[in-house]
Design a binder for this molecule. Structure first.
Ligand SMILES: [Zn+2]
Length: 225
């Protein structure tokens, strides 16, 4: 008498095909779905790293928890950046640097990161600065660099990385990201004559503290980023 599991080869093939389809669907996640639906998003009243206020916050800390799901998006972003023939990719810490590392791997170029520090004279808007570690600074001098981030809205991290890369002789030729929120970064990039490449774009509310309607309605403000 048989106590083992009876296996029908046709059924095994059907199950295997279903599992494979599900796996392929998961790997396509970051290219088929918008980033807004791939990470937790909260509505409320937020003060961002830039000092600007907004009504939506994305928990990007969770973005790279499954790198294999983000890799297709990194590959697609690398394809957009390839024509710029960059020697290095620079990613601002924290989460943006993880995406930048993946993009650098796809491009086969050098990778650097920039760390965040409070500005000594930090005001209400853009109160932080970014700096490359000393050991990585020679890597960017006189070389073509793309700044890569996960999501860019006001552009605090991109602006900070840009300033430090410039200070160390880099030629920043492109800003690449998975998603652009609003159009603040386009104004900055146009002024600096740098291209912006993004996989997605979405409208976004961004207010200076003085113009924020949520502040006017006395809605409690939460610091994020
Ligand atoms: Zn506000």
């Amino acid at each position: 008498m048989e106590y083992g599991l009876r296996v029908n080869s046709g059924e095994v093939a059907r199950v295997a095909a279903a599992v494979l389809t599900r796996a392929r669907r998961a790997v396509r996640l970051m290219t088929d779905m918008t980033l807004l639906s791939a990470v937790p998003v909260r509505r409320g009243h937020f003060r961002m790293e830039s000092g600007y206020h907004t009504d939506l916050w994305m928990h990007l800390e969770t973005l790279c928890r499954h790198p294999a799901l983000v890799q297709p998006a990194a590959r697609a972003l690398a394809d957009k950046l390839r024509p710029y023939r960059v020697d290095a990719v620079c990613g601002p810490l924290t989460e943006g640097a993880f995406v930048a590392l993946m993009v650098a791997g796809e491009l086969g170029c050098d990778f650097t990161y920039a760390e965040r520090f409070p500005k000594p004279d930090g005001g209400a808007i853009f109160p932080v600065q970014y700096a490359l570690p000393k050991a990585l600074r020679p890597l960017v001098a006189h070389r073509r660099v793309a700044i890569v981030n996960d999501v860019v809205s006001a552009g605090s991290a991109v602006r900070g990385a840009f300033a430090d890369l410039n200070a160390h002789g880099a030629q920043v030729v492109a800003i690449g990201c998975l998603m652009v929120l609003g159009d603040a970064i386009d104004t900055f990039a146009a002024n600096q004559r740098v291209a912006v490449e993004s996989l997605e774009r979405s409208a976004f509310h961004i207010w200076s503290p003085a113009d924020c309607p949520l502040c006017r309605s006395s809605h409690p403000c939460e610091s994020v980023g």
